[in-house]
Design a protein around this ligand. Sequence first.
Ligand code: UDP
Length: 404
Amino acid sequence: MNIEDYKGIAEEGDLRAIRALAGRLAGKKMLHVNSTAEGGGVAELLQRIVPLLKNLGLDVRWEVLKGTRPFFEVTKSIHNSLQGKGVHITRQMWDEYESVNRKNAEAIDLDADCAVIHDPQPALFIEYKKRGTWLWRCHIDISMPDRVTWYFLKNIVEKFDGSIFSVSNFAQTVSIPQFMMQPSIDPLSEKNIELSEEEIARTFEKFKVPMDKPILLQVSRFDPFKDPLGVIDSFRLVRKYHDCRLVLAGGTATDDPEGERVLNEVLEKAGEDPDIHILLVPPFSDRDINALQRGASIVLQKSTKEGFGLVVAESLWKRKPVIGGDAGGIPLQIIEGVTGYLIHSVEGAAYRIRQLLENPDHAKKMGEAAREHIRRNFLITTNIRNYLSIWLALEHKGEKVIYI
Ligand code: UDP
């Protein structure tokens, strides 16, 4: 994939800026580090961004921190605590965090002109920085963090040259420069390219989901913050009035040990209901997810806490109105009444689902607005432009004008 392939899809201004910025940075070394190669939005983004940056002439590497089960238990607790779920992180837990970070940092080549460290899991790599511009990229919702956990992390984050948050109200008081930058989707990836009606129908057949009535869909990891149990409750309210199906499709990420427990709760709640389909989708099932999103009538993302919520952008791009929780980056994507609806409760979700099921023409119009909103603001090209601009801005800190 090449940046020129996005001509006619992405904003021309983004493409021009990318060419100019990449010209200035060509040959330089960029390193991305996160904690999972598959599952979840960060891996999804990196799988697409890294090859494109390489094709722009940058020397880019993507490294994945190797954790142990206890380490990921600790980092999930840190994650939950930063997202405001009062979990106390003990001294012993921080020790585990430090030890796995040290082992990984010693094993990975950290030499780069620009290193982007994603989320808290590998944040302590900063202690091993040799040179270059180091950015901490926060993908999670830290608008209301547990103060003690945040205080610990803040001391680490302030050693970076800059920080990037997805949404302005996640930003915290830190002594280093902060940048706002939203994640994005790749319109040319298997997850988002156009599919034929036959392929969509075949996929539903494969998953044994008849397309005989409207289909409500939520695609997410089985995570309490994505509220899959609440989705089932909303569906049950809607079904008193409308015959429809619910599909909950998800997998588990290697850095998320909670998945199995939540999945079991979901299976138990769904019971023997023939209209609720719980699909366990293996990693790298991008075309299948694409087809499910395209075959759905309405997409839900009932998160109570959310980083950005890439699935929302993916669905809006496919002209599906989305009913989503008013959390994290979801309100940036759902313009109330234009591209979908923001909801705060099981009843609220059910009300909006009914409204859209009763007005398919309105839903169709919303779908068109949804696609244009994503095209203008949340495509991979805007993301690449932002990364390169932030890198260059920090390299030239103190200069009044940056020439690109
Ligand atoms: N995803 C997937 N398979 C699944 C569940 C999710 O491919 O079973 C993808 C989904 O399409 C999206 C990403 O994983 O691209 C999830 O990103 P999001 O920001 O919505 O949530 P996160 O998991 O990062 O909290």
